[in-house]
Every structure is written in C-alpha cells, then in structure tokens.
Design a protein around this ligand. Sequence first.
Ligand SMILES: [Mg+2]
Length: 239
Amino acid sequence: MNLKSSNLPTLIAMDLEGVFTPEIWIAVAEKTGVAELRLTTRDIPNYDTLMKNRLRLLEEHGLALHDIQAVIGEMQPLPGAVELLNWARSVSQLIILTDSYYEFIAPLKAKLGNPTIFCNSLEVDERNHITNYRLRQRDGKKQAVLAFKGLGFRVIAGGDSYNDVAMLREADHGLLFRPPANVVAEFPQYPVFTGYAELQAHLAKLLGLGSSPAASHAPAGGRSTRGDVSKIAFNAAAD
Ligand SMILES: [Mg+2]
C-alpha cells in the first residue's frame, strides 16, 4: 500500500497535553492542593461548565494567573517530546493544536523549542485573577484540520483523548498517543502509540521517509502498540 497517497505537502497536527507535556490542570491541582481542579471533561462533559467551575475554584482559593503560571513554569515536557518535535519539524511541518491558553503555555512553549501552537485566551482582571476564557472558535482543533486541508495540505493528526477525536476524524491519517483505555476501546480505527520512537517510525512511514535513525530503535514488528495499552500509566484527564 502506498501510504503517501497524494502529492500534497503534509502538515502534522498534534495535541499538546498528554502528548508532549503532562496535564496542566492536574499539575495545578497537585501543587495547589485544590483536588477539584483535577476534574476533566470526563467528570463534567460540558466544557463551559467545567471551565466556569475551575475559574470559581481559583477565585475561592484566591489563586491568580501568576500562581498558575508559577506551577506551569516548573513543568517539563515529557521525556523525548522535544526530540520528537525537532525531528518532525525538520522533516515536515508541525502545528500543535490545544484547547489550553496562551497565558498558560508560554513557559512550556519555550521548553518545547517554540513550536507553532494554536490555542485559546484568558481574560484577566486588574488583580491578575482569571475572570473568563475566550475560545478562538468552537471545535478549534477540528476547524484547524479542515482549514489546513482547505489550504492544500495532507494532514496527519494525533492526540490522546476525546477532545482530539473530531480532528482525527477530519485528518487524512489519525493516530492516538498514550490514550486512556476507554478511548482506545471506543475508537479502534486509530493506531495507538505509547513511545516516541514508535510514533516517529509511523510518521516517517506516512511521510514516505522510510526508516530513520530513531525509528530503528522501535520494537521489532511493533509500530502500533494497541495491544499494550493496559500497561500505560496515564492521568485520567480528558481536555
Ligand atoms: Mg491531550
């Protein structure tokens, strides 16, 4: 099968949290001791309700944007993430699509080598408290993939959770990276990867690059690790 099915240039669209960085809200919950901040779209499916609840909790506990930024400033990319990003950006085009906020991700963006990131914005008052959030558009990840295709790109999209599925569906090639078991079970059409070497090997193949140095370190015969997801330790986050 010819995986490079067209002559269109390729753009790789990847999620951020759970793929290249830990989950931000979980880190904030752990550092601040506000356990309710761990709630995700799995617990509160409506994103607006979830975010309003988070903002109410921040206000109740007197947490300002700079408190959150201090936590995020201590976070590091997942081991191997920077190398994967640098490789992908050197051989193709890569844009990170996340539902997070520019005000949150700035320190992590620098640690990731300043890749292009499309995300949302926060509204902050004179006390530096977050008063609201502003989505650039509804279904931003899906709309971005549709727009990239409209611009003449073949799109490879990857993510780890429910909020990525709409963009995977619109992409020419979708994949899951370190997803929770229920996402694996619900979306069996997408290959699952648990390591960056395997992910790189898969991307290299989709890009028509053949084997690459890191790809040669992938487990023999194990491009997709769908059968091994029970071994993954993951945070039960979904946004
Ligand atoms: Mg994610």
